[in-house]
Design a protein around this ligand. Structure first.
Ligand SMILES: Nc1ncnc2c1ncn2[C@@H]1O[C@H](COP(=O)(O)OP(=O)(O)OP(=O)(O)O)[C@@H](O)[C@H]1O
Length: 454
């Protein structure tokens, strides 16, 4: 039977356009123009999916989401909005909405979300049931629809996650590029999990940490006695990853000689352990990552062009946290839960001031920095919400925050920044003015303007 969708949209033309598009795709679609009529229709029907505008003439889409969860819990909900606002998106997803789509959008984009939502349903059958078992055999993708990492709601995150899913099931070598701490290893692991190698080894190697003299033995293994210190036979990373995936992190750090050895192994799909005469066949998929411009390294003669093309059959760029600010609060929530679990704490969230500071900071160390700051703050917090006092100084007063991201046209930001600086300077105005990069006189004027009394 066709899946039943109910659309709540007060823009009649737009509602009609969506209806005819979704009907053409095989869904059974009905429309309400107001929240009130949607409530009635929801109760009378058992819809598979509710797609509602966030801003309706009588109620908000969030209220409708709550109503549906209470009264028709099997109905999934997608919110549409012309008021692309991160907080609302996060709120909706927190409350259990399937997803959130900003207008204007192409109907195909909506279709993608719908299909993903229904697919997730199928893959969450009871484990061990016949259907699940069959799916596991025919579709190695079964366990990937529910990733154990944050996917994100920003456009750049959605796109990059689509790429992970697309390239995962192929055998292509993927070069993952992104600043330090953006999640390159997490992305590599996701590609591995999306592939039918998922039940075999995923071996991660930090190429920057291997001295070039022992790199061959690390990659290809060695036989006992082949050099001083080789007291036993040792398997290399290629053999350890046989049938699975080898992830070469910081691949740009490999010496030229090691690059040649690696290229040979990739071309011949065979390796020879150091000191051995026998070649071993290996079946390894190579994923690599770099935070430097490898093409520049190629043109500077530091990285072999042939190896570059081998590794780069497909390339993925991971956006910096600065470029995916819409995802910030999803990551915060995730890392907060992780920190609570590992430290045995029950911190509920960030105080308003900290929220502001986090929004304004540029996070040059990306997700790793955010994760560390949250863990440290959770450890130091003895209240329900993380207070400003436990936040590291650089987050509150970095040059980046001051110059690039704070919008001084917003009075609330400026006032907050001044309060932060005063606190940091133990309420010494000369020191606070220095921190803020303004003169004492300007600081006095601003204290008066914002009626801050000390
Ligand atoms: N999508 C995600 N969801 C949840 N946590 C993530 C995600 N991406 C990265 N992380 C976390 O952020 C941290 C940094 O990720 P990762 O080590 O993959 O980054 P990286 O780009 O490989 O770093 P480096 O460049 O330093 O090697 C890790 O602790 C990881 O668990």
């Amino acid at each position: 039977m066709a899946q039943q969708i109910h659309i709540v949209e007060d823009d009649v033309a737009f509602g009609k356009m969506l209806t005819s598009f979704l009907e053409r795709k095989g869904f059974q679609v009905t429309v309400s123009l107001t929240g009130e009529s949607a409530r009635k229709t929801l109760i009378e029907n058992n819809f598979d999916l509710l797609i509602t505008d966030l801003k309706l003439p009588d109620v908000s889409g969030l209220e409708l989401l709550e109503f549906s969860q209470k009264n028709t819990p099997r109905t999934k909900v997608i919110l549409m909005t012309g008021y692309a606002e991160v907080d609302t998106a996060v709120k909706a997803i927190k409350k259990g909405a399937l997803d959130y789509i900003s207008k204007p959008f192409r109907p195909e984009e909506l279709l993608m979300i719908i299909e993903e939502g229904f697919q997730n349903d199928e893959s969450s059958e009871v484990p061990g049931s016949k259907i699940t078992e069959e799916k596991r055999i025919t579709s190695p993708k079964a366990n990937i629809e529910k990733p154990n990492f944050v996917v994100g709601i920003s456009e750049s995150s959605k796109k990059f996650n689509e790429y992970l899913k697309l390239v995962g099931p192929t055998d292509m070598c993927v070069l993952i590029q992104g600043e330090s701490g953006t999640g390159k290893e997490v992305a590599a692991k996701a590609i591995h999990n999306y592939s039918d190698r998922q039940n075999k080894s995923f071996v991660a190697v930090d190429c920057g940490a291997i001295p070039k003299e022992i790199a061959a033995s690390e990659f290809f293994g060695h036989v006992k006695g082949s050099f001083t210190g080789a007291v036993n036979d040792k398997k290399g990373h290629f053999e350890a990853a046989d049938g699975g995936t080898l992830f070469l992190d910081e691949v740009g750090n490999l010496s030229y000689e090691n690059q040649i050895q690696l290229l040979r192994a990739l071309q011949e799909r065979r390796i020879k352990p150091v000191g051995s005469n026998t070649e071993i066949e290996v079946d390894v998929r190579i994923l690599s990552a770099t935070n430097e411009d490898l093409l520049k390294a190629v043109s500077d003669g530091k990285f072999r062009e042939d190896l570059y093309h081998r590794l780069n059959e497909f390339s993925i760029h991971i956006p910096s946290l600065h470029e995916r600010k819409e995802d910030l609060f999803l990551f915060i929530e995730y890392f907060l839960a992780e920190a609570n679990a590992s430290l045995g704490k029950e911190v509920l969230g960030l105080s308003k001031n900290v929220e502001e500071a986090f929004k304004n900071y540029a996070w040059p160390g990306n997700l790793r920095e955010l994760k560390n700051v949250i863990k440290r703050s959770v450890l130091l917090t003895n209240t329900a919400l993380i207070p400003l006092e436990v936040i590291p100084r650089e987050v509150l007063f970095s040059e980046k925050t001051k110059n690039e991201t704070i919008d001084f046209s917003k009075e609330s930001n400026e006032k907050q920044l001044i309060l932060n600086a005063l606190k940091e300077a133990d309420f010494n105005k000369t020191k606070a003015a220095k921190l803020l990069n303004i003169t004492r006189k300007t600081l006095y004027n601003k204290l008066e303007h914002y009626q801050i009394e000390l």
